[in-house]
Design a protein. Sequence first.
Lengths: 124, 201
Amino acid sequence: MKKLPLLLFVVLAAASCASVGTSAVSEPEEMRATLERERMTKAGVLLRYGEPNAVFNKDGKEIFEYKYVSVYNNPASYPFLIGLFFKANRYRTNYLYVAFDRDGSFVSADAVGVSGAYPPENVF
Amino acid sequence: MKRFFLFAIFLFAAGCHIPTVPSPDMLTIVETAFDPAVFAQGRKAAVIIEATNDLPSEDPMLNNLTFKNRRTGELFYISTTGREVLMISPGEYDLVKFVISGSMGLTFSEADLTPRYRASFSVKAGDVAYLGRVKTHVVMGKKEYDNFGPATQRVRSHTFLLNGIDSLPADFIGRIERLTGKKPTSNLIEWRKNASAGYSR
């Protein structure tokens, strides 16, 4: 019985996030810095980070796209009355584009990310 | 400690604000929201779609369309009373859901038009495609009164695709060019009746 409030709190906290993608991309700058420093080959990147979300060609290079997308509860919206001034959920999208040349050698890594209150703002 | 947790739960619930548990649909909405920096990478396509209806209601009723990528199964959702710009993966897409919903007076109404229509389109990476305007026109029949029951009224609807790329506002096209680097081109949805299900109108 004593453990019930704690269990309820943990369940509510755990249910407050949905995500998809490669967890390493949740810190895209860190992943980009690692790739730039180690200049991993295509095989090395596949071994360490797994299959990318997508593979495509651009300007003669092969590009791996890794992504991490999450939507999570905004804790600022929990407190009584004060919470009404905040949106209930926030989101974060991180993409990492790793470019390789024809022989599989590392060329560059580019991190793109955006976060904000859910739903995303319409830029148009 | 127990009192602290009970108090925390009380604050949580007493705020009349039960947090919405994030769902996979929300992830799709976030991923398909247009972002210039992601689009510039060259892998996604930008699609512009308009959806309107003239159902008689105080507030415009929402047009909800869901499309599915034939190869990957990825979905994207359109929920609009006017115009939407989304960012999607390249490929061929089919319509899997078409529902018009909203408030009509005191009741919430939903018209599921999914079985009546087939629609598909195809986009490539880097495309900035205008898919067309999905317009639903409604003709309300005469009200028929019954002494023993509520009045009934037949409703006939017809959904068709318009090509309105020339009627898109100049400032909107300017914004598209600025954010995508390209002018939009017409790539209309192939919209047709589901004759195999017996719909001819």
